[in-house]
Design a protein around this ligand. Structure first.
Ligand code: XIL
Length: 302
């Protein structure tokens, strides 16, 4: 198979990328996307501030553009993200607990209803845990006003709205075994034991010299999979260049392929020139859409 999507499909996985609606009109962007990938994640267009900037007024134009593009090319779509402390409009933080709970459930309901049947996996809750050794939940309007139970409530609501979508918890710095991933693991284990509807855990996998590919990456993915749910690599990018970067990409692909329930990988952008790491070169195609050594390494590993 000569493309990332085809090679991954031959291994029973998908290979996706984050996509920004405003680049779809750039011919080499679209042709690289269409040729190589079989799944897309809207990079910003489904976030709360993008779809519900004011209460109960929903705008899906940009996200719809990405979903239609993907559907016309036979690509899957990952939904990103329903409940997150960031890119959250100010009005949400101004609500009291009762209104906030209603607004959260309404947001999940409206967005998932709009995309019902079109999303293979939803990041229902994103980044709800703190960094560091505490294993504590991160402060957010949801956490501070609704308590730990907001996560469970979000998943329960999501399941009722679109029972066909896989429901994921997604986070970063949880890629190896550490205090943060242990805390997420404990939550997921509890959810599985109590029947809270969760189907997958997303590992963002933003790697750089401060946060390299962990040596226990595969083992960490496996322990989550052993809880009885899927794992996905959701926002992969790796700082660096050349052979060193390529070797890191190889180890990530190998880790996923070694875990039966690792169902797919998504890189966080098509080309280095539009990476959110604006000064870096963490992706598979350079700014001129040339394939990098990292691309060849991924294709060879798949
Ligand atoms: C980033 C986008 O790539 C940027 O364009 C935006 O300015 C900020 O968000 N974790 C996530 C993603 O879950 O949504 C973030 O995406 C990167 C970190």
């Amino acid at each position: 198979a000569g493309t990332l999507g085809d090679a991954a499909a031959a291994k029973g996985r998908y290979f996706g990328t984050a996509v920004a609606a405003n680049h779809l009109g750039e011919a080499p962007y679209a042709s690289t996307l269409d040729a190589q990938f079989d799944s897309v994640t809207p990079e910003n267009e489904m976030k709360w501030d993008a779809v519900e900037g004011s209460r109960d007024s929903f705008t899906f134009t940009a996200a719809d553009q990405i979903v239609s593009h993907a559907q016309s090319k036979g690509m899957k779509v990952r939904g990103h993200t329903l409940v997150w402390h960031s890119q959250l409009p100010g009005w949400v933080g101004g609500l009291g607990a009762t209104d906030l709970r209603a607004a959260m459930n309404n947001h999940i309901t409206q967005v998932m209803t709009h995309y019902k049947g079109k999303i293979h996996s939803w990041d229902v809750v994103n980044e709800a845990f703190q960094d560091g050794n505490s294993g504590a939940r991160r402060s957010s309007p949801f956490q501070d006003k609704l308590g730990d139970g907001f996560i469970e409530e979000a998943f329960r609501t999501a399941r009722t709205v679109d029972p066909t979508a896989k429901l994921c918890y997604n986070d970063y710095n949880t890629d190896g075994q550490n205090a943060k991933s242990n805390a997420v693991y404990a939550m997921v284990k509890d959810f599985k034991q109590r029947g809270v509807p969760i189907d997958c855990v997303g590992f963002q996998s933003h790697f750089n010299s401060n946060s390299p590919v962990p040596s226990d990456y595969r083992a960490n993915l496996q322990r989550f999979a052993d809880l009885g749910l899927d794992v996905q690599i959701t926002e992969l990018d790796i700082e660096g260049s050349g052979a060193a970067q390529a070797a890191n990409y190889t180890s990530v692909v190998n880790a996923c392929l070694a875990v039966t329930r690792c169902t797919g990988l998504t890189v966080w952008g098509v080309t280095d020139k539009y990476s959110w790491r604006s000064s870096g070169t963490p992706l598979l195609f350079d700014g001129d859409y040339n394939k990098k050594p990292a691309y060849d390494a991924v294709l060879a590993a798949l």
